[in-house]
Write a protein that binds this ligand. Structure first.
Ligand code: NDP
Length: 314
């Protein structure tokens, strides 16, 4: 039986207002892309999630295809709800997404109303939830009319299956259109999810971050540690069991000598301030005015280190 830490909101976590909404999100949120699938040990996923909630992390981010296999991170989450978190449902802000390939055939991918509606229904079943707090279009679909995708987002809110909607990885002009469309229908876009970290500053260059600020929409940064590159994980080689050793979303050829040199220089800079590289990298993202950094972790020790960026120690 799990009882959440009684001091979970008094141990230092800070919360940022998400754009001009009523929602506050923790400065550090937890993502379920890796480490929560059917291939991962349930007890470890459970320990990380408990640790997160006990330290004020109220926002958990999922997607239909997180795993592996696809769907299994949501199933893990459903089990966690049953085992530990049901009494805390109203303290949690849970997101899921649809946009990438999920099931075979023409209706299991991209941005049609057909796909988004069916996918959210499936996600709710896997997660053992009546509704999610936030539903995202996971990517821009150049073939489907924007209005179709956006109206599906409006309608999932109207149907009570999501409280808020967001978009992820949409290009600038389509994002502008989305913000306007959704606002005009009284379902304002809550948040944009994009990758911003010391190695990838595209949302700043492209103007997405400025647009969010002007439109009163939040911004949450995924992969703020560049999948572990911006930590000490690879400074002395490629450890067994690391994400890079699995070679799927982070491949050894990405770690060029030039990049390794840059990482070592940043690591030395962080050390000179008494910080770790992970701490410095996360603090940098938060300083860019984002709502939250959306970290991943394969152990509670990693999460513990990452929480130092908001001053949580221990
Ligand atoms: P990070 O950049 O935080 O990378 C997390 C990985 O880095 C961990 O799994 C671990 O890898 C390593 N790591 C984390 N902390 C430490 C540490 N302190 N010391 C050493 N290594 C560390 O984020 P993710 O790439 O995992 O993405 C986070 C979330 O963002 C996802 O779970 C998902 O929710 C979301 N996301 C959304 C996308 C979108 O398209 N909207 C795309 C990608 C992610 P290891 O396994 O090697 O231990």
């Amino acid at each position: 039986m799990y009882t959440a830490h009684p001091l979970r909101y008094e141990n230092g976590m800070q919360y940022n207002r998400c754009g001009q909404s009523g929602v506050l999100l923790p400065k550090v949120s937890l993502g379920f892309w890796h480490n929560f699938g059917g291939v991962d040990p349930y007890e470890r996923s459970r320990e990380i999630t408990r640790y997160a909630f006990d330290h004020g992390i109220t926002h958990f981010d999922l997607a239909n295809n997180y795993g592996p296999p696809y769907g299994s991170a949501e199933e893990t989450f459903g089990r966690l709800m049953d085992d530990d978190f049901r009494p805390y449902r109203d303290e949690l802000f849970i997101s899921t997404k649809a946009g990438y390939d999920m099931w075979p055939g023409p209706y299991g991918n991209w941005g049609s109303r057909k796909y988004l509606m069916a996918s959210l229904d499936q996600s709710l079943k896997r997660m053992h939830l009546d509704y999610v707090d936030l539903f995202y279009s996971h990517r821009y679909d150049p073939e489907t009319p924007l209005d179709e995708t956006l109206q599906a987002l409006v309608d999932v809110v109207r149907a009570g299956k999501a409280l808020y909607v967001g978009i992820s990885r949409w290009p600038l002009e389509a994002t502008r259109t989305a913000f306007e469309y959704l606002r005009e229908r009284d379902v304002p876009c809550l948040i944009y999810q994009g990758r911003l970290n010391l190695l990838d500053r595209e949302p700043q260059r492209e103007g997405i971050l400025d647009l969010c600020r002007e439109a009163g929409v939040g911004f949450i940064s995924f992969s703020p540690l560049a999948q572990g590159l911006l930590t000490d994980r690879y400074l002395g080689g490629i450890p067994e069991q690391s994400r890079m050793s699995k070679g799927k979303t982070l491949r050894p050829d990405m770690l060029t000598d030039e990049l390794l040199g840059q990482l070592k220089a940043w690591n030395a800079e962080a050390a000179s301030h008494g910080e770790t590289l992970a701490e410095m990298a996360l603090r940098w993202v938060l300083q860019q005015g984002v709502t939250s950094v959306l970290v991943g972790a394969s152990s509670t020790a990693q999460l513990q280190e990452n929480l130092k960026c908001v001053g949580l120690r221990g």
